[in-house]
Design a protein around this ligand. Sequence first.
Ligand code: NAP
Length: 250
Amino acid sequence: MHAQLDGQVVIVTGASSGIGAALARVCSVRGARVVLAARRADRLAEVAALCEGEPDCVPCDVTRAEDRRCLVDAVLSRHGRIDVLVNNAGIALYGSLEETTEAGLRHMFEVNFFAVFLMAQAVLPAMRNVGGGTIVNVASTGGLLAHTTAVSAYLAAKHAVVGMSRGLLRDLDGTGISVQVVCPHLTDTDFFEVGIGAARMSEAVQAVRGKMDTPEEVAEGIANQIGAGPFVVFPTQRSEAAYTRLKERS
Ligand SMILES: NC(=O)c1ccc[n+]([C@@H]2O[C@H](COP(=O)([O-])OP(=O)(O)OC[C@H]3O[C@@H](n4cnc5c(N)ncnc54)[C@H](OP(=O)(O)O)[C@@H]3O)[C@@H](O)[C@H]2O)c1
């Protein structure tokens, strides 16, 4: 048993697919009381059926203030506390500066940055009340450097997540609340099919699918380090090696 998650109340946003679904499952196997949040209730129920214990499913669009409030209220009324928030929900946006639409840019920032900030804000009072907790923000190697081309808007949002997390880490010093930022690299999920402008990437993505981390590997790496690892969490050796390689080139 991994003691750091046993009995902990863990919210995972974006738990209906990919990294979030795998993370919800691994946290439940380690004894956490998991709350799965995303828009697709049917997919949440399928993921919950694979989890241990009695996970809660809360349909939630993280870009909606009312949904965020209902999610936090539901967790507090059922469990009375929130130990870990994993801000994992996210979408891709592919395209050059010229190709990126204002609507796409704004929507991607709503999901990938504003919702991350506002979910952290929403759980903070409960964490402050008990003098502890962990906020885990899922960014990307693209939150630390430009890991590929034609994703400048996405890189900006993920850099914003890293910057906000650094600021929060300082602001919460001495409160017992920790902050971590997770930087996965290429991971084999639906992310590459459902993102804005994803069609233009499908050929390039197919060529590297076999070299990607699996969501299960990424989830294990995150679960191993929640509340115990460094501020910047590389969930796998491959993601850390990719960061080191790209940094040397930049
Ligand atoms: N895959 C990669 O190569 C990679 C690499 C680095 C970082 N990341 C990051 O890892 C995180 C998870 O991505 P993934 O690869 O697991 O992608 P995924 O399989 O597409 O999962 C994305 C999740 O986000 C949820 N989501 C999207 N918009 C939402 C909204 N408005 N409200 C609530 N939930 C929403 C989706 O659920 P619903 O559609 O049901 O709402 C889904 O559960 C993202 O933050 C992504 O940026 C991924």
